[in-house]
Design a protein around this ligand. Structure first.
Ligand code: EPU
Length: 426
């Protein structure tokens, strides 16, 4: 087991190159199952969730060839099974996309319920609704999700909630279904657009991704090609907030500034400076800045991302006055607040609202990463705090951020990864 040791107090200054987007990668990798040819994926983040996905594909008999650590070639021509290994798929959320991809390829799937971060209940009723609209019978009665379509055909899908996962699954299945599919109340996240661009690049016919209505004309004739994954909006946003929280000056390279607008807007509201280049963003704090308290709500794109909510709350813990954060996506995404309280933060959670009373400073403490983005928030808290912070359960962080602590160290963060000696006697 490993943990992170962080000595707080350093201003972060310098440049960070942002990696490819995790949530786009975990949608595009299963999409390769729809292609009987070589898909070359570039700007793939070197993270645990991606390695796990490649392993799942290999176990299904896909050929996976690493060109370098961020480029792979995947050939799914020889895949003949629609039953991925449950012990692997249960370890991540993005494995749910195997349902849509295998349905598109074989008109059937048999997949274990997915794992992933714990934010309360994470239903899949909308995924099932989409598959049924395309002519699929779905059975979840025996703990495994089985789907079978006699004739996978286009259909009309209206989502009752805006859901990234079900939108991805509907797109994957519809890309190879017979006829036209219309998805209404679709998610609009950058990774939805990236998946559509990937599939179109391979010969699919998908229009409207990034709007509420996506139209897909199914085709069986997808071909191979090369595709670079978009930069990670959440990694970029995490460094933007870390720069602000340490009163630093950081330039982020390899970003799409449009994807970061809402994060920039909230930071500017607090008094932080942000300027945009063509594919870069600079975030800095001027001497003598008096920060302002803010309120924000985490919402589906183009709203403030729920995956940035813990990081922004962490920054607000030392801004004078009362700020509020409303979680508008997940049932329970405030579990990390107890960890921040150990560091001296003054936060009260009332249902989906966190009320943050600014304190003078955070103090180093022993905390744990309760999930992936909560882990990123703990790193920011450690960098802000007086003294040393120890973060355990960092496997969550490794699932989703490439070379995370190395990137922080390069811009002045004092972070060390150390082995934990298990003295429990077990
Ligand atoms: N929902 C339903 N029924 C469904 C599906 C979703 O009610 O069938 C509800 C959920 O309970 C939730 C809301 O809809 O309240 C949104 O869920 P969504 O389906 O959009 O989430 P997801 O696809 O499971 C992805 C990301 C999450 C991110 C959310 C929201 C991936 C692999 N995961 O999850 O990312 O928080 O969208 O943007 O793309 C992370 O990267 O740390 C992460 C958790």
């Amino acid at each position: 087991m490993e943990k992170l040791l962080i000595k707080g107090g350093n201003r972060l200054c310098g440049e960070v190159t942002v990696s490819g987007a995790k949530n786009a990668a975990v949608a595009i990798l299963p999409a390769c199952l729809l292609v009987n040819d070589v898909c070359r994926i570039e700007n793939l983040p070197d993270i645990k969730d991606v390695k796990l996905y490649l392993k799942i594909l290999e176990e299904l008999n896909a050929e996976v060839r690493y060109i370098d650590k961020n480029t792979v070639e995947i050939n799914c021509t020889n895949v003949s099974s629609y039953v991925p290994r449950g012990d692997l798929t249960r370890r991540m959320r993005g494995s749910s996309y195997l349902m849509g991809a295998l349905l598109g390829r074989f008109s059937c799937f048999s997949v274990d319920p997915p794992g992933g971060c714990d934010f309360g209940t994470r239903p899949i009723d909308q995924h099932i609704k989409a598959f049924e609209a395309l002519g699929t019978d779905v059975d979840t009665s025996r703990g495994i999700i089985n789907g079978k379509a006699e004739h996978l055909k286009g259909g009309h899908i209206f989502f009752d909630v805006v859901t990234v996962g079900a939108t991805v699954n509907a797109m994957l299945a519809a890309a190879c279904a017979d006829g036209m599919t219309v998805i209404e109340n679709a998610a609009k996240e950058p990774h939805i657009v990236d998946l559509a661009n990937f599939l179109n690049n391979m010969g699919a016919n998908i229009r409207g991704a990034g709007t509420d209505t996506i139209k897909i004309k199914g085709t069986k004739n997808l071909h191979g090609g090369t595709y670079p994954i978009i930069p990670d909006q959440i990694e970029a946003g995490t460094f933007m907030i870390a720069a602000a929280a340490t009163r630093g000056d950081v330039v982020l390279r390899n970003v799409i500034p449009r994807h970061l607008e809402i994060i920039s807007t909230k930071l500017i509201e607090t008094g932080v400076k942000v300027s945009e280049g063509e594919d870069s963003v600079r975030v800095w704090v001027e001497d003598g800045t008096v920060f302002r308290r803010i309120n924000f709500s985490a919402m589906p794109y183009p709203g403030f991302p729920t995956d940035m909510q813990p990081q922004l709350v962490t920054f607000l813990t030392t801004i004078e006055g009362t700020s509020t954060a409303r979680e508008g996506v997940w049932e329970n995404r405030f579990r990390y607040v107890n960890e921040l309280k150990r560091m001296g933060a003054n936060i009260r959670v009332e249902g989906k609202l966190a009320i943050i009373d600014g304190v003078k400073t955070l103090m180093g403490a022993h905390v744990k990463a309760t999930d992936l983005r909560a882990g990123a928030a703990m790193i920011i808290a450690g960098l802000m705090a007086e003294g040393t912070t120890e973060i355990t359960d960092i496997y969550h962080i490794d699932r989703g951020y490439e070379n995370f602590e190395e990137k922080f160290v390069k811009i002045g963060g004092n972070i060390q990864r150390v082995q934990v000696v298990d003295d429990s006697g077990e």
